[in-house]
Design a protein around this ligand. Sequence first.
Ligand code: IPD
Ligand code: CA
Ligand code: CA
Length: 269
Amino acid sequence: MTDPVFLATAVEAVLRAGDVQMAHLGTDLQIEKKGRIDLVTEVDVAVERMFRAMIADRFPDHQVVAEELGGEEPVRVRHCWVFDPLDGTNNYAHGLPIFCSSLALQVDGVTEVAAVYDPSRRELFTATRGGGARLNGDPLAVSRIDTIIDSLLVTGFSYVVHEQGEMLVSLFAEFLGRAQAVRRLGSAALDLCYVAAGRFEGFWEQHLKPWDTAAGALIVQEAGGRVTGMDGKPFDPWLGHVVASNGYLHGALLETIGNWRARRPTSSQ
Ligand code: IPD
Ligand code: CA
Ligand code: CA
């Protein structure tokens, strides 16, 4: 069993992140551009700095892999915290209240603890491996819808959208033609938590980073859902592509991707 102090630490960290995010939401933020459309606000950096200090103080032998002040460095030690200080930065920078922080603890490469906090709705999603998933302390379960035409799906477009827009939109169109509706919220971590909560039946996205998906994937699995790569192989947050579902829909989602890919032999994950 995972040491309960790790879940308590994860919850404390994302709640503190939420306080900082809400204190600055809608203010005149300092915003820099990592790429043409890839933003970083002072809040992303401040929250990550706060979290790194917290782990260095409490668990000096643990590693932190996080978006803004280190990036995707190789994992060197048994305990690795994978942290997105602000998932949904573009929403946040525009004052759109769809964002969160997302934190996973991996032990020997396996995610054991997850916490995602949406401070706008005061929704705290948590999971421990084998211990179930929760929303504000109440057990979470995926939906039971088993037909794609009755499904509400969600996806995201990563920052390669200007270079690979046609490819991303063609898969989006494929799903639009099969599902009841498809949404695009702008926070991959919340997309995953909403699959866990039964609000969406499925989610897919490619070109993601480990801090976007590590926590949400465990929350989906612990809520009874299924998570794989877009090729149907076992999910690994370091691979960057994901399909998450309530389980009933998984085959239909992978089949849709497979059919689309068969017509586009050159498309990557
Ligand atoms: C982004 C969000 C978005 C997804 C992008 C991510 P960020 O993370 O999760 O929904 O489509 O691929 O990069 O930059 O807001 O932390
Ligand atoms: Ca992110
Ligand atoms: Ca981020």
